[in-house]
Design a protein around this ligand. Structure first.
Ligand SMILES: [Zn+2]
Length: 41
C-alpha cells in the first residue's frame, strides 16, 4: 500500500497502487462517491 492524499477531501489515505501526478487519488469514501457518480452518467 502507498500513502496518498485524497484529491477530493484531502484526507490521508492508502492506495494499492503507486499514486501518479496525472491521476487523482481518492480515499475509500470519496472513491465510492466518485465511482457512483461516474456510473450514473
Ligand atoms: Zn476523500
Amino acid at each position: 500500500m502507498y500513502d496518498a492524499i485524497c484529491s477530493q477531501c484531502g484526507v490521508a489515505t492508502q492506495v494499492p497502487f503507486s499514486p501518479r501526478a496525472d491521476k487523482p487519488v481518492y480515499c475509500q469514501d470519496c472513491y465510492k462517491t466518485v465511482a457512483g457518480r461516474r456510473t450514473r452518467t
